[in-house]
Write a protein that binds this ligand. Structure first.
Ligand code: NAD
Length: 289
């Protein structure tokens, strides 16, 4: 694990790059759109609603990432308009109060089936965003960079709701499982894991209350810096930058160290994953992308 010092000064510029941002009309996505623009990129935003403030030089497409056709149109627009797609910041997401495991009854007195909006947006919408990113980027020799907005709740979830935490753990799991498939396509995929951030997702009164209690609720601009960093650094793949209390830390290395303790050969010979077993597992559970 390493603490990182990220500033606009020590991150490369993005001249000639085309960046697509989902959920770019508010909060972290909007801050990223402004930052990417400042750093020279051409920016396309896909969101349910237009950006909260007018951004000269940024194009906006009304997009619902839970709708396949809507998402396909967004990527097609980008391809037709700009002929390339270098960066995708897969950031759209929803959070908020949850009562999925409470007993909510319908008019007939029977338990109602919960609605899983966060799963639709944060997980299925995300998987489809990444699928379409790979579809477009694999056609380019230059490949591309995908940055996913996960969350601190993708690693530990003592505070978040169980559905939100499931989706963010899912985002991290997706990144780990895609890890070996993307380098041959010249595609890099990394995550950011923000802590409390002052955005449309956290009610203003909630932000004020947390701050009164001494909690640091960081600005979205800080989080956007981590997305910019990962978009530009060729040496980063399958890494997560946690952005918490305005500080940056790469945390997948910590997971890998813990993973070695839990499953590794070094920890008391518990692992049965010999090269022969690994080859067999690869054949049995054939995965292609
Ligand atoms: N704010 C925090 O404290 C915090 C912490 C950790 C992670 N995050 C994550 O950051 C990401 C960005 O959220 P934010 O905090 O900036 O909140 P936000 O509400 O300000 O921005 C989210 C954006 O996503 C868009 N969106 C929602 N559903 C969509 C859909 N179906 N299709 C297209 N766009 C959609 C919204 O319209 C909005 O513009 C989310 O993935 C969120 O889970 C936020």
């Amino acid at each position: 694990m390493a603490d990182l010092n990220i500033t606009t000064q020590n991150v490369s510029r993005l001249e000639g790059k085309v960046a697509l941002i989902t959920g770019g009309s508010s909060g972290i996505g909007l801050a990223a759109a402004k930052l990417f623009l400042q750093r020279g990129a051409t920016v396309v935003i896909g969101d349910l609603r237009p950006p909260k403030e007018a951004l000269e030089g940024v194009s906006y497409q009304t997009t619902d990432i839970t709708q396949w056709k809507s998402l396909v149109s967004l990527f097609d627009y980008c391809a037709k308009q700009h002929g390339q797609l270098d960066i995708v910041f897969a950031n759209a997401g929803v959070g908020g109060p949850e009562n999925t495991f409470a007993d909510v009854l319908g008019e007939d007195g029977q338990l109602l089936e919960p609605k899983y909006l966060a799963v639709q947006v944060n997980l299925i919408g995300l998987l489809n965003t990444v699928k379409l990113s790979i579809h477009h980027m694999r056609k380019q020799n230059s490949g591309g960079a995908i940055v996913v907005t996960a969350s601190k709740a993708g690693y530990s979830a003592p505070l978040g709701g169980p559905i939100y935490a499931s989706t963010k753990h899912g985002a991290i799991g997706m990144m780990r499982a895609l890890r070996r498939f993307l380098p041959p396509l010249n595609i890099r995929l990394n995550c950011i894991a923000p802590g409390f951030t002052d955005t449309g997702m956290v009610p203003e009164a909630g932000v004020a209350r947390l701050r009164q209690l001494g909690v640091i609720v960081q600005p979205s601009e800080t989080v956007a810096l981590a997305a910019l960093f990962l978009s530009t650094r060729d040496d980063y793949h399958a890494r997560t930058i946690q952005v918490n209390n305005n500080k940056f830390r790469e945390i997948e290395a910590g997971y890998e160290a813990a993973s070695e303790l839990m499953f590794g050969d070094k920890a008391g010979g518990r692992s049965s994953l010999t090269p022969e077993v690994l080859a067999a597992v690869n054949e049995i559970f054939t995965t292609t992308i």
